[in-house]
Design a protein around this ligand. Structure first.
Ligand SMILES: NC(=O)c1ccc[n+]([C@@H]2O[C@H](COP(=O)([O-])OP(=O)(O)OC[C@H]3O[C@@H](n4cnc5c(N)ncnc54)[C@H](OP(=O)(O)O)[C@@H]3O)[C@@H](O)[C@H]2O)c1
Length: 221
């Protein structure tokens, strides 16, 4: 049975990924922050799922979780966690908002990858999958500096991991979805949400289940 670690498991995309993994009878460990309602809903569907509350913006909490995680062997790491988008011009974005996105996406991505890699290297297999965003393959919309900075930071880290894992049997992938109607967008004004929706190729929000299926498909490569 594959053992999968998912950050952001209580998010719109995380729940869809967890559903697919559980349907395949994978053993899922999911990290979440505050959404107890989603935790209850996931546990209701599958009592075997292992959900842990960890504030990934907190370095010592993340390192403590990583230490425990490093005691097991893992087939896959799917890194989805991100803080809700806050829309404002560069001049108005506080350092705290840059730091929050950075810590959740990059700091925790680094710490958890470092915990998982030795076991994967030893077994000569594993999947590392990191969620970026369409803004890392196209243009960055106005007002998203802290989010975009962290996504590009994560991309730099993933490219380094990929270079070091070449030929090791470990696959390293990113996925860069367009807009999905999840809690990530909950603080955006309606007009910004509707512009984001229009920016999608179909003019509609992407279905989290479709993106989740793309992520889970990477596990069989
Ligand atoms: N939605 C979009 O339009 C879109 C587009 C492109 C890429 N993405 C990417 O897709 C991924 C999933 O996003 P989503 O749309 O599913 O967003 P979401 O519904 O807001 O989910 C975000 C997840 O991150 C977790 N999280 C937030 N702060 C945390 C913290 N301090 N510590 C630990 N976990 C924390 C949340 O936990 P709690 O729920 O427990 O608080 C939740 O599980 C993200 O990487 C996002 O950047 C999203």
């Amino acid at each position: 049975m594959k053992r999968i670690l998912i950050t952001g498991v209580t998010g719109g995309l995380g729940r869809a990924v967890a559903d697919l993994c559980l349907a395949k009878s994978f053993h899922v460990t999911g990290l979440f922050h505050s959404n107890e309602k989603a935790v209850e809903a996931i546990r209701k569907k599958n009592s075997g799922v292992d959900l842990k509350k960890v504030d990934l913006s907190n370095l010592s909490e993340t390192e403590a979780a990583a230490k425990k995680i490093s005691e097991n062997s893992w087939d896959a790491f799917i890194h989805l966690a991100a803080a809700p988008l806050e829309l404002s011009p560069v001049m108005k974005q506080t350092w705290a908002s840059f730091e929050l996105q950075w810590r959740i996406m990059v700091q925790s991505g680094v710490v958890l990858t470092q915990a998982l890699l030795p076991g994967m290297r030893q077994s000569g297999r594993g999947h590392l999958i990191y969620c970026l965003s369409a803004l890392t393959v196209g243009s960055v919309p106005k007002g998203m500096a802290s989010y975009a900075t962290a996504k590009y930071g994560l991309m730099g880290f993933v490219n380094s991991v990929a270079a070091e894992c070449a030929g090791s049997g470990i696959s390293v992938n990113t996925i860069s979805p367009g807009p999905m109607d999840t809690d990530l967008l909950k603080n955006l004004p309606e007009v910004a949400k509707s512009q984001l929706k229009k920016s999608a190729p179909s003019g509609e929000f992407l279905d989290t289940r479709v993106i989740a299926a793309d992520i889970v498909a990477l596990l069989s490569l």
